[in-house]
Design a protein around this ligand. Structure first.
Ligand SMILES: Nc1ncnc2c1ncn2[C@@H]1O[C@H](COP(=O)(O)OP(=O)(O)OP(=O)(O)O)[C@@H](O)[C@H]1O
Ligand SMILES: [Mg+2]
Length: 247
């Protein structure tokens, strides 16, 4: 992928949390309209990678470029303003606010060429189920509904790129394809997506590129089909090749 085709590029990122060296020379890239998955088991460094990109953690070394700008060391608010939306692992919705208010907040935090009405319409179009719960408080939602709201809220930011941390975690198998379809719809609207996922079996089939992270190091990068041929990597992430053949 040439430099012109890169939207986000992370190059040899090293991140420490206190004295622990958590990310070791992590490099990855996401191009326009791509769906890229960062796969790794619990504690591998997925959330740390996303939090570093978003400015919540300051890297020791390495570069993070988004839309041609170096964003390493910038504040989370500034990075969000530049068009990086985020749906965190725990959803982190505002429990005391209604669904409608949660989604609306994003239209205040970032101004774009689209009107607030257009952006809200877009978020509800991707997650029509939320329309019924507009008046409900965050506390009155199920885990799956909170996940949808968290992604819808990030979408209402009208981001150029979305970072989703474990969007499928804790969801029933029946709803995973539904959320997967909503994510695909997001990309057809022109947004790029980076997903952190601990379960290789949840990686959507339309994923363009996959990175495997283990103990803070990228140990694989390539098209998803390739990972199923790599026994050593499959052992790390707990993927069973026979599963794939049934899909
Ligand atoms: N605030 C912190 N203080 C100390 N260590 C931390 C902190 N946050 C994360 N770590 C450590 O950094 C490593 C990577 O954690 P991270 O949250 O990035 O993993 P993850 O891949 O997102 O895992 P999971 O699938 O469980 O969400 C782990 O060993 C974790 O214990
Ligand atoms: Mg995590």
């Amino acid at each position: 992928m040439g430099a012109a085709g890169v939207m986000l590029s992370v190059d040899r990122l090293n991140v420490y949390i206190q004295a622990s060296h958590i990310l070791r020379d992590v490099s990855l890239a996401v191009g326009p309209r791509e769906v890229v998955c960062l796969v790794g088991r619990n504690g591998a460094g997925k959330t740390t990678t996303l939090r570093s990109i978003l400015g919540y953690l300051a890297p020791q070394s390495g570069t993070i470029r988004f839309l041609g700008r170096d964003i390493a060391g910038r504040r989370p608010f500034e990075i969000a303003q530049q068009g990086l939306g985020f749906a965190p692992e725990d959803s982190a919705i505002f429990a005391d606010l209604t669904v409608a208010e949660n989604v609306e907040i994003s239209t205040w935090t970032r101004k774009t060429s689209r009107t607030a009405e257009e952006r809200l319409a877009l978020a509800y179009a991707v997650f029509p189920a939320l329309t019924r719960y507009r008046a409900r408080k965050g506390t009155q939602l199920s885990g799956g509904e909170r996940k949808m709201l968290s992604i819808a809220r990030a979408l209402a930011l009208d981001p150029t790129m979305l970072l989703l941390d474990e969007p499928f975690e804790g969801l029933s198998p029946a709803i995973i394809p539904e959320i997967g379809q909503s994510i695909l719809e997001i990309t057809t609207m022109g947004h790029a997506i980076l997903i952190a996922e601990s379960n290789i079996h949840h990686v959507p089939e339309y994923t363009t590129r996959l990175y495997v992270i283990e103990r803070g190091e990228i140990v694989f990068s390539g098209p998803p089909a390739e990972v199923w041929k790599d026994e050593a990597v499959l052992r790390i992430i707990g993927g069973t090749p026979s599963w794939q053949s049934f899909r």
